[in-house]
Design a protein around this ligand. Structure first.
Ligand code: AMP
Ligand code: GLY
Length: 445
């Protein structure tokens, strides 16, 4: 199978690494890719600024069988529609379905219509209506969540329990670079429970569940500080009930697909269900995303040994040999645990300043298939002596697997400390996976 992978972050590095292990792969093209993916595929000879027409022409020339989109932005701009018009399938939904992520207002409407458990909400427009309604909800319930309806890279959400927090959120929503995403703001009740995400490949084959992961959204240890795109992650999620995947399929995914279908919308791609898991109420949906998570993809790629390319191709209706699909559909081994720690520039999540950049040696970025530890690169560029220069934002995700969470965690942090010895201004959380390590030890006792 000839694949074109769209995207340039750590998630796409993980996808490229994973797909490179598939027996179904005959050629992998990366657009635009990043330097850490070297050796996994061929960089497409097209600038990162190319438009869909140029991209489709290149894909036709290269006889691409399947396009895989890592990020949501091109999907919400119609990438899959452009390829469909040229007869090339995309793993990633068309524009109409990508609204599930691009418009929180749309997602809330569909959830309400489908009876999917989620936080009660109101939609508001403009700063003064937002302030008035948010303060009223705060007073009535003791908490309120403010969300930009549009795409804001995970940074447009403010969970508030005081009037000062509401005001700070409003200032960021209406007076910063995310004001375009805040044309409509969703105000929600605060959900209680434990957060996790479920990933499923959806399409003509029916849902193919990848599993659950836990992401750490807040910037600092102890879950404080602003929301980020994700500072670390672990998988699987041992504290969920055994029937968790069945509950999500029954209460969320099946009614969602039915409600979309009733509006003439078909879904093909990875569905990311962000959940608050309540002991009494079970799964409640916080958000939908139309892609894999970042850094969840980096953790799942190590944890899950199955052939994702077989699953993606089957979801898109491509011909996958029966034996390959049957093997890919088996549940993942139950004796593997993964932990990923994100390393970011010191200015993250506010600035685009790379801080004191470092050049890391290329051997830290080995794309070895047999390895139990991977340094997935996002904002890295070519540095001196074939090294990798660190950039801004989230730069790396160090992902390790082991036969226990404790082993995976030690391996990941050993590598993080090795990198931090060279990149002194890096920022990371030191508590990724610590609670789940303690919990699993308690269970063993
Ligand atoms: P979102 O982008 O909608 O996933 O929100 C980012 C983060 O804010 C989530 O991962 C949660 O940690 C938190 N959050 C969002 N909505 C709620 C809610 N209704 N109740 C509690 N926390 C929330
Ligand atoms: N890690 C959260 C996300 O990818 O949206």
């Amino acid at each position: 199978m000839r694949i074109l992978l769209v995207g340039k972050g750590g998630r796409e590095h993980a996808l490229a690494w994973k797909m490179s292990q598939s027996e179904l792969l005959s050629a992998l093209y990366l657009w635009p890719g990043n330097v850490a993916m070297q050796g996994l595929g061929e960089y497409l000879d097209l600038p990162a600024t190319a438009d869909f027409t140029e991209l489709v022409a290149a894909a036709k020339r290269l006889q691409i069988d399947l396009v895989v989109s890592g990020p949501e932005a091109p999907l919400s701009q119609g990438l899959a529609d452009a390829f469909a018009a040229a007869g090339i399938p995309t793993f990633g939904p068309r524009q109409a379905a990508a609204q599930l992520e691009a418009s929180k207002a749309f997602a809330k409407r569909i959830m309400t219509k489908a009876g999917i458990p989620t936080a009660a909400h109101v939609l508001v427009k403009g700063e003064s209506e937002c302030r008035e309604e948010a303060l009223a909800m705060l007073q009535a319930t003791g908490g309120v969540v403010l969300k930009a309806s549009g795409l804001a890279a995970g940074k447009g959400v403010f969970v508030c329990s005081t009037a000062t927090e509401v005001e700070n959120g409003i200032q960021r929503l209406f007076h910063s670079d995310m004001s375009a995403a805040s044309d409509t703001v969703v105000l929600e009740e605060v959900l209680l429970g434990r957060e996790c995400s479920y990933f499923s490949f959806i399409g003509s084959h029916g849902p193919l569940g990848l599993g659950f992961a836990v992401d750490y959204k807040r910037l600092e240890d102890g879950d404080v500080g602003p929301n980020t795109g994700g500072m670390g992650c672990y998988a699987p999620v041992p504290w969920l009930p055994k029937e968790a995947a069945t509950l999500v399929n029954e209460r969320v995914i099946a009614p969602l697909l039915q409600a979309l279908k009733a509006e003439g919308i078909y879904y093909c791609g990875c569905l990311y269900v962000g959940l608050m898991w309540s002991e009494t109420k079970g799964p409640q949906v916080v958000e939908f995303n139309v892609r894999l998570g970042d850094p969840e993809a980096q953790v799942l790629a190590l944890y899950d040994e199955r052939d994702w390319l077989a699953l993606m191709a089957a979801s898109c209706g491509l011909n996958v040999p029966e034996a390959a699909l049957a093997a890919a559909c088996r549940p993942p081994s139950s004796d593997r645990y993964s932990v990923a720690v994100v390393m970011a520039a010191s200015s993250y999540p506010y600035g685009s300043d790379a801080g004191q950049a470092a050049v890391l040696p290329p051997q830290m970025f080995s794309n070895d298939v047999q390895t139990n530890i991977m340094t997935f690169g996002a904002n890295v560029s070519r540095g001196e002596r074939d090294g990798f220069a660190t950039g801004s934002g989230r730069v790396l995700a160090v992902s390790a697997r082991g036969s226990s969470f404790a082993a995976a965690r030690v391996a990941a942090y050993n590598r993080v400390h090795e990198i931090a010895g060279l990149w002194r201004s890096a920022r990371w959380r030191s508590d990724i996976g610590s609670r789940v390590v303690k919990e699993t030890k308690e269970l063993e006792r």
